[in-house]
Design a protein around this ligand. Structure first.
Ligand code: ZN
Length: 150
């Protein structure tokens, strides 16, 4: 197992077992639901946005280990960051999970996002990993429709 696969396994296990920011935010300003019908993953994201900043974020729902861990990692990355930074992270995330499997991953440059490069080994799981991120974007954009990963 290489360094990236090990990081992937450990991080997904950890966040699946102990999800961070799990629950519903009572005083949220924005929220959105997401569904991945291929796997049966469901997620709800609630946000407290203030002055272009994500002051608080929580997620709730049920699904496979990857969808849950991805949501948990995403919340830790965007909490207390600006909406612009969250959008940049989303773009980076997207380019990592959709990059070719032999594209080299710079662990230092990507930081915690590097873990998602591990998803490339499991193409059927890309939608599971993406669900929370798409739902986050819908919540930020205040879209009422449900984010569906298809
Ligand atoms: Zn899934």
């Amino acid at each position: 197992m290489n360094e990236l696969q090990q990081l992937y396994q450990e991080t997904i296990l950890d966040h699946n077992k102990n999800p961070r920011n799990f629950g519903v935010l009572n005083d949220c300003s924005h929220h959105a639901d997401g569904k991945n019908p291929l796997c049966g993953d469901q997620i709800n994201i609630s946000l407290l946005l203030d002055n272009g900043n994500i002051n608080n974020i929580m997620f709730d729902g049920s699904g496979c280990a990857i969808s849950k861990a991805s949501a948990s990692i995403m919340t830790t990355l965007v909490k207390n960051h600006s909406i612009d930074e969250a959008k940049e992270l989303f773009d980076k995330f997207h380019s990592v999970v959709t990059s070719k499997i032999d594209t080299e991953i710079n662990l230092d440059e990507l930081g915690k996002l590097a873990v998602f490069a591990g998803v490339r080994d499991y193409p059927a799981r890309v939608k599971c990993a993406s669900l929370a991120w798409h739902t986050l974007m819908n919540a930020i954009n205040n879209k009422a429709e449900i984010a569906i990963t298809e």
